[in-house]
Every structure is written in structure tokens, then in C-alpha cells.
Design a binder for this molecule. Structure first.
Ligand SMILES: Cc1cc2nc3c(=O)[nH]c(=O)nc-3n(C[C@H](O)[C@H](O)[C@H](O)COP(=O)(O)OP(=O)(O)OC[C@H]3O[C@@H](n4cnc5c(N)ncnc54)[C@H](O)[C@@H]3O)c2cc1C
Length: 403
């Protein structure tokens, strides 16, 4: 029997949208189910600037969206990492690895609008609909969708869970999750600097969590301030001026005064990973599989690599006439993603714990590690590869998983 769709993608967040578009490009029939309403082109809802790695650029280019977004994208050619109140610092430059850029910053709202516009044009989407049940069989999976049209049952060869950290697909497939609550939140806001440093991202570790400044193509910056849960209420209660003064002080006044701040949005920070990401006729990608601390700006990049790898794997199986929902084929995808997912989790979790640690000897050790990374070209290159996601695809080597 022919199922209704080759693939059903649950969730039209950035990863789900990219996943669906990559599958549509391979001529598979795809249905996307999304719980929320479609976006209405409103800018200012998500004020984050998303740092994109070279691998994400490649996927976004392959989806035909990079040129649409190019006016909004700011390259990062330098990254400056420092530890508040201590000697340790590291300067990373694109020249250290012979690249044009270490990454790119795209406003989250623009990226969401561009992927959603492409999704509406190229794929079938059911908005305001939620997946509530999956029954897997030998030939296909039957899924139940609840939405405006009532309850609908649909058949498909493969269900892809791109439904975020509270994934219903993951729950349905019985995957257990491991979680670490960092007891931190991130406060994100757009602002202007008196003395901006172009093409440079700053990350500064402070006792309450990291501070980051990302450049935007408009000349403004996105400031991400991570803080402990106990500090959140006080910080949210500050006036704009008080908040900006504290941020400027946090960066040691190196950028002069901070001004013209937009709305502040808060995000709770946790680490969470699923103990398995595939089952018969089911695969998980993006935050449904792994949710990580944003200190390394790698969550979306990791999720987009999941999407690219799954699309490539499904495309290969399909071209050989195989069953794209077969567990053996999906296990190859899962095995291929394991090292990247494990490395990124380790890197971001280690940074989150080491830089938040109050153990007396950790401070000097951090200084030593950062200075060593600054002095040694080999350590520096290795740090750049980890910090920017280049371990998964460099400008020279290319990204192997996009096929
Ligand atoms: C402060 C902060 C800054 C960050 N900065 C960066 C950065 O610079 N670079 C980077 O790479 N990453 C960054 N990240 C991480 C990045 O935002 C996430 O990894 C990424 O957005 C996850 O996308 P997703 O599509 O997997 O999940 P989500 O964005 O959570 O999307 C899931 C979608 O599924 C839908 N859904 C849920 N349940 C159902 C259901 N049952 N049926 C139908 N639909 C459903 C939801 O409505 C939603 O649209 C940052 C994160 C934070 C918190």
C-alpha cells in the first residue's frame, strides 16, 4: 500500500523547516505539522542573533535562502573570549584557520521568516495542528493529528520529530531523556554600542554566567546575558538604563556606553539529550534530540547538521529503492550523528560548568588554558574548530553530510 506521504515532519521551527525543505528538494512527498499559527512577518518577536557555522551556511545556501538573507547577515571574523576580573583571554581570528569568517550572525526573526516563506511555497503544511499519536507498522506509520479540521489519521513511511525540547514524538517512541538544569537563564536584547568593534563577537565569562555580544549587519549588537535563576528577577526588574550600565560594566567599559536597548527576552537554560534518536519509522532532529547551553552558540548549527544528514541518508536509501523508515537505514543516520552530538554536548557543558565553578583553583586553571590557547597556534586552531563547529565541515574540506 502507498502511504499518504513519504515523510511527516513534526514541528516547523528552524530545524523542522530546514528538514522539510531539504526533503522536498529530493522529490519526497512531505507533510509538515506545526502546533502554532504561521508567522505574520513580525520582526521583534525573537530578538536573538543566531550565530551560524560554516556548515549551516552550506545548508542554508543549498536551500536557496542564503542570498535572500545576505543583507541581514554579518560575518564574524574575530572572536574575543575573556574571563571577568582575571588575566585569561583568547583572540580567535578567521586568519588562524585560513577562512573568510569564523561564523555569521543572522537575526532569528529574519531566518524564521525566510524558512517559513520557503516552506509555504515548497511544502504542504498543516498549521495549528499537533501530533498526538504514532502507531508504527511494518509498511508504514499511522499518525493522529488534532487541529482545526478535527482529528485526522495519516500514513507515512517516516515520522521526523523536530518538535523541540518537549517533543511528543520522542515521548511516543519511548526515548528516555537525561537532563541537567543549569539553574541559569539567558536575557537577550538588541542595543547600540558607543564604540563598536566591527566583525567581532565577544564572550566574557562572569561568576553568574557568560555574557556575549554578537554583531548585526545593521551596526547594532545582540547582547546575551546568562544569569543564575536567583539573579533573574532582579535583572528583569532593572530599568533599561540600569540594565545597560550593568552590561557596559560587565564588559569592562571597553565599548563605552550602551544605549537604545530593545525588548529583553528571557530563555531558561538546560541541557537535555535523548538516549536514542531513531526507532522503526521515527527519527529525531534538533532540540527534540539535543538541547544545549547557548554559550557556544551551537544548538541550531547542530540541529541543522542533523537535518542535512537525515535528508542525505533518506535520499540515498530512496535512490536505491529502499524503505526510508527502515530501522537499519535510520540507525546509520543515528550512528553517523553520534560523534558530533556527543562532542558539542561535551564542549558546551564543560564550558558551562568550568566557567560557573567557584572552586578556588579553577580560576587560575582557566587563565592558563585561555592563555595557552592564545599562544599556541595548534591549540588555537583546535579551539576554533570546536568553538565554531568547523569540526563538522570547514571552508576547505566542505561539509560531507550534505549530498
Ligand atoms: C538564548 C539562546 C541563544 C541561542 N543562540 C544560538 C546561536 O547563536 N546559534 C545556534 O546554533 N543556536 C543557538 N541557540 C539554540 C537554538 O535556538 C535551538 O537549538 C534551535 O532554535 C532549536 O530549533 P528546533 O527547530 O529544533 O526546535 P524549536 O525551535 O523548539 O521548534 C519546535 C517546533 O515544534 C512545534 N511543536 C512542538 N510540539 C509539537 C507537536 N506535538 N505537534 C506539532 N508541532 C509541535 C513548536 O511549535 C515549534 O515550532 C540559542 C538558544 C538560546 C536559548
Amino acid at each position: 500500500m502507498q502511504p499518504d506521504y513519504d515523510c511527516v515532519v513534526v514541528g516547523a521551527g528552524l530545524v523542522g523547516a530546514a528538514q522539510a525543505l531539504a526533503l522536498c528538494q529530493r522529490d519526497l512527498s512531505v507533510l509538515v505539522i506545526e502546533a502554532r499559527e504561521p508567522r505574520s512577518g513580525q520582526v521583534g518577536g525573537d530578538v536573538r542573533g543566531l550565530a551560524l557555522s560554516f556548515s549551516s551556511r552550506q545548508l542554508i545556501e543549498a536551500l536557496g535562502l542564503w542570498s535572500v538573507l545576505s543583507a541581514q547577515i554579518a560575518p564574524i571574523r574575530y572572536i574575543h573570549v575573556s574571563d571577568q576580573g582575571r588575566f585569561g583571554f583568547t583572540h580567535l581570528s578567521a586568519d588562524d584557520v585560513g577562512a573568510d569568517a569564523l561564523g555569521y550572525v543572522c537575526p532569528a526573526d529574519y531566518l524564521a521568516d525566510a524558512t517559513e516563506a520557503a516552506l509555504k511555497e515548497q511544502c504542504e503544511v498543516q498549521w495549528q495542528s499537533t501530533l498526538t499519536r504514532i502507531d508504527t507498522g511494518s509498511e508504514y506509520a499511522q499518525i493522529r493529528i488534532e487541529g482545526g479540521a478535527g482529528t485526522v489519521n495519516i500514513t507515512t513511511r517516516l515520522v521526523i520529530g523536530a518538535d523541540g525540547m518537549h517533543s511528543r514524538v520522542r515521548e511516543t517512541m519511548g526515548a528516555a531523556v537525561q537532563q541537567r538544569d543549569y539553574r541559569q537563564s539567558a536575557i537577550v536584547a538588541n542595543l547600540a554600542l558607543q564604540y563598536p568593534v566591527p566583525e567581532t563577537a565577544f564572550e566574557r565569562f562572569t561568576p553568574s554566567g557568560p555574557l556575549a555580544l554578537l554583531p548585526l549587519s545593521s551596526g547594532r549588537h545582540v547582547a546575551v546575558r546568562c544569569c543564575t535563576d536567583t539573579e533573574l528577577e532582579r535583572l528583569v526588574g532593572l530599568s533599561d538604563k540600569e540594565y545597560l550600565d550593568e552590561l557596559a560594566a560587565g564588559f569592562g567599559y571597553r565599548f563605552g556606553a550602551f544605549s537604545d536597548v530593545g525588548p529583553r527576552r528571557t530563555h531558561k537554560l538546560v541541557l537535555q539529550w535523548a538516549d536514542h534518536i531513531v526507532d522503526h519509522r521515527i527519527a529525531l532532529v534538533g532540540a527534540a534530540a539535543n538541547t544545549i547551553h547557548p554559550n557556544g552558540a551551537q544548538g541550531l548549527n547542530l540541529g541543522l547538521r542533523d537535518a542535512a544528514a537525515l535528508a542525505a541518508s533518506v535520499g540515498r536509501v530512496r535512490s536505491k529503492g529502499g524503505d526510508i523508515g527502515d530501522l537499519e537505514c535510520l540507525s546509520e543516520f543515528a550512528t553517523g550523528r553520534r560523534a558530533d552530538q556527543r562532542d558539542v554536548i561535551r564542549f558546551t557543558d564543560t564550558m558551562a560548568q568550568v566557567f560557573a565553578s567557584k572552586i578556588p583553583l579553577i580560576g587560575p586553571l582557566r587563565d592558563a588554558v585561555m592563555l595557552a590557547a592564545d599562544i599556541s597556534p595548534t591549540s588555537k586552531r583546535s579551539l576554533i574548530r570546536r568553538a565554531t563547529g568547523m569540526h563538522a565541515g570547514t571552508p576547505t574540506a566542505g561539509l560531507q553530510i550534505i549530498g
